[in-house]
Design a protein around this ligand. Structure first.
Ligand code: B4P
Length: 193
């Protein structure tokens, strides 16, 4: 089993590149952003709670997100491996994921960090906001999301760097150029399916 984390700030291309990775390597995709937006649109109790945080550009509490991930992994016992997109976003989430995977006798193999300058992140997210209808793609909320990333999420890179699992990639090229850099790293572990 090959498990990968796609890491980076809001708008760095995690969701975009996850789709390319899924198509090429047939890994099971777990995006906490997509899972949370699905709960919000179905107006579940979890979704109503999560929305309060997402609309303000804040991270949803760890216990909510960790519970969601655990049941999602259990739903896909036959997976060739997982790509975690937008998770973990705090040190506590990283430690919980390590434990969950250890329990399943597997682990994270590789963490790819997409490095993109802040002005490019804002430009991309504002661009998406014009068509996405996402309440968190406004200028004010984007600024808060980036601040939240620096305050709580960027430390997750150090957690995996300490185990020699982190690879930083230039993420400000176009989608195809970035995907090429990604495949060069994944190919060291796994061939396209
Ligand atoms: P997410 O849904 O995870 O995603 P994201 O931060 O918006 O960005 P992503 O990096 O996936 O960008 P994308 O590819 O779409 O998070 C949303 C919210 O959910 C968070 O703020 C938080 O509240 C909550 N949440 C999620 N996970 C959580 C967790 N684990 N714990 C707590 N809370 C959590 O790209 C953005 C745009 O750029 C797109 O329009 C795309 O087309 C464009 N783009 C991508 N790559 C490009 C490239 N190379 N060149 C030009 N444009 C590009």
């Amino acid at each position: 089993m090959f498990n990968l984390i796609l890491f980076g700030p809001p708008g760095s291309g995690k969701g975009t590149q996850s789709q390319n990775i899924v198509n090429t390597y047939k890994l099971a995709h777990i995006s906490t952003g997509d899972l949370l937006r699905d709960e919000v649109s179905r107006q579940t109790a979890l979704g109503v709670e999560a929305r309060k945080y997402m609309d303000q550009g804040l991270l949803v509490p760890d216990e909510v997100v960790i519970g969601m991930i655990s049941s999602k992994i259990d739903d896909m016992p036959e997976a060739r491996g997982f790509i975690f997109d937008g998770f973990p976003r705090t040190k506590e989430q990283a430690e919980a994921l390590d434990k969950l995977l250890e329990f399943k006798e597997t682990s994270i193999e590789l963490v790819l960090s997409l490095e993109v300058p802040e002005e490019e992140l804002v430009k991309r997210l504002l661009g998406r906001g014009q068509t996405s209808g996402r309440s968190d793609d406004t200028e004010e909320v984007i600024t808060k999301r980036i601040k939240e990333y620096h305050a709580k999420t960027s430390v997750v890179a150090n957690h995996y760097d300490a185990f020699g699992k982190l690879v930083r990639l230039k993420g400000d090229g176009d989608i195809a150029a970035t995907f090429k850099l990604i495949t060069q790293e994944i190919d060291k572990y796994l061939q396209p399916a």
